[in-house]
Design a protein around this ligand. Structure first.
Ligand SMILES: *Cc1c(COP(=O)(O)O)cnc(C)c1O
Length: 228
């Protein structure tokens, strides 16, 4: 359907703006990351031509393929779980990695980034719900990992990311967004350079913005249902 992606994108941007204004935030404080796993390049290109500035991919191989076509017309973020053996590709591909959740992964990224003479922006993924199926560092481990990463010369620690459990009612996610923000504020008080909060998806991005999100990762609301 021609124009559907564009219409959806504009609607999402409008809803983001309204959510920010509702709580007295400046809309420019919140950036949209289009979650594009499983979305073909034509539809991504339509979104980019309609104003999408950042895409978030979940798989390195898929991102490499799409990057061949889309190139630098858009900025590339990694939002999915990253395996250590993909770190080399990841530092060459992505401006920001939202999903760093272990010291070993951070060390591997640092090593690879140094080798390639690059800098990579990093968010720590935090598992606030304790669900075993979710990746992410436990809240108790965040400070230590953040301090370690902040000393790695080729990684730029920028903030935190989380994925709350699924709730029928988006308000169910609110306490998780509040918890991530408190964790960020606590790290800031300890002098760590963490500004970004990557939180909120199609079902709950407005709640996330009300609670301080600076990056929302939205797929379905822009690109429609994914094939299973
Ligand atoms: C798929 C995905 C999203 C977007 O989910 P939607 O519900 O389709 O908006 C956000 N973050 C991550 C990590 C994802 O894998």
């Amino acid at each position: 359907m021609g124009g559907q992606v564009r219409d959806n994108l504009l609607r999402v941007l409008e809803r983001m703006e309204k959510a920010a204004l509702r709580v007295g935030r400046r809309p420019e404080e919140v950036r949209l990351v289009g979650a594009t796993k499983g979305v073909d390049v034509d539809r991504i290109a339509e979104a980019v031509e309609s104003g999408l500035e950042i895409v978030g991919e979940n798989y390195v191989q898929e991102a490499l393929r799409k990057r061949e076509v889309l190139g630098d017309r858009v900025r590339w973020h990694m939002i999915g779980h990253l395996q250590r053996n993909k770190a080399r590709h990841a530092v060459g591909l992505f401006e920001m990695i939202h999903s760093v959740d272990s010291l070993k992964l951070a060390q591997e990224l640092q090593k690879r980034a140094a080798k390639e003479g690059r800098e990579v922006e990093v968010l720590l993924q935090v598992n606030l719900s304790g669900e075993e199926t979710k990746s992410g560092v436990a809240p108790e481990g965040v400070q230590e990992l953040a301090e370690a990463i902040s000393e790695m010369p080729n990684l730029r620690l920028k903030g935190l990311m989380t994925m709350p459990p699924y709730f029928e009612d988006p308000d169910g996610a609110r306490p998780y967004f509040q918890a991530l923000r408190r964790l960020r504020d606590e790290l800031q008080r300890r002098g760590l350079p963490v500004e970004e909060l990557s939180m909120g998806m199609s079902a709950d991005f407005e709640v996330a913005i009300e609670e301080g999100a600076t990056l929302v990762r939205v797929g379905t609301a822009i690109f429609g249902q994914r094939r299973p």
